[in-house]
Design a protein around this ligand. Structure first.
Ligand code: HEC
Length: 131
């Protein structure tokens, strides 16, 4: 009996750790993407901006399903899943808008969409961190 409990506990704990590992590695990809976009604007290098958008969109795919998104929020914040999920959707929309504006060489507009990405990152973090 005891061993069953130990196994069950370690399975639960293991699953929790795995979700956390995935989250941390995706967030680091988000951060890398955001830095690339910022550098791209500062050094006027559209290729770097596009690379950053690609990193962010890959990492943000973690939140494409509402129930999945919930898993990555702290337990006491899971009822605010809607806000987190919508923040992730805003990131997809805004990052697509960055690409569209770049294609039209509308750099100021592209930069506004970049700011919108940062605001959306912060919207989810504000929930998670009780800011
Ligand atoms: C759907 C919610 C959500 C969105 C959207 C989101 N994050 Fe996060 N982020 C989290 C959670 C949850 C954590 C872990 C808890 C914490 O650090 O407070 C986190 C943590 C982080 C961390 C710290 C990781 C660490 O190892 O301590 C960074 C960096 C980060 N996010 C970057 C970003 C960037 C950049 C974006 C936008 C491009 C973004 N995040 C968008 C939920 C989100």
């Amino acid at each position: 009996m005891k061993i069953v409990k130990v196994l069950a506990l370690s399975a639960l704990f293991g699953a929790g750790l795995m979700a956390n590992d995935v989250l941390v590695s995706n967030m680091s990809q988000m951060e890398k993407g955001l830095s690339s976009i910022q550098k791209g604007f500062l050094y006027n290098t559209p290729a770097l901006i596009k690379e950053g958008v690609s990193d962010i969109q890959k990492a943000n795919a973690l939140f494409h399903n509402k129930d999945e998104t919930k898993k990555y929020l702290p337990k006491d914040k899971q009822h605010l899943n809607n806000i987190a999920f919508n923040a992730a959707k805003r990131i997809d929309t805004a990052s697509n808008n960055v690409l569209k504006s770049l294609d039209k060489k509308e750099y100021s507009k592209a930069h506004q969409s970049y700011s919108e990405i940062v605001n959306a990152c912060t919207a989810c973090h504000a929930v998670v961190r009780s800011w």
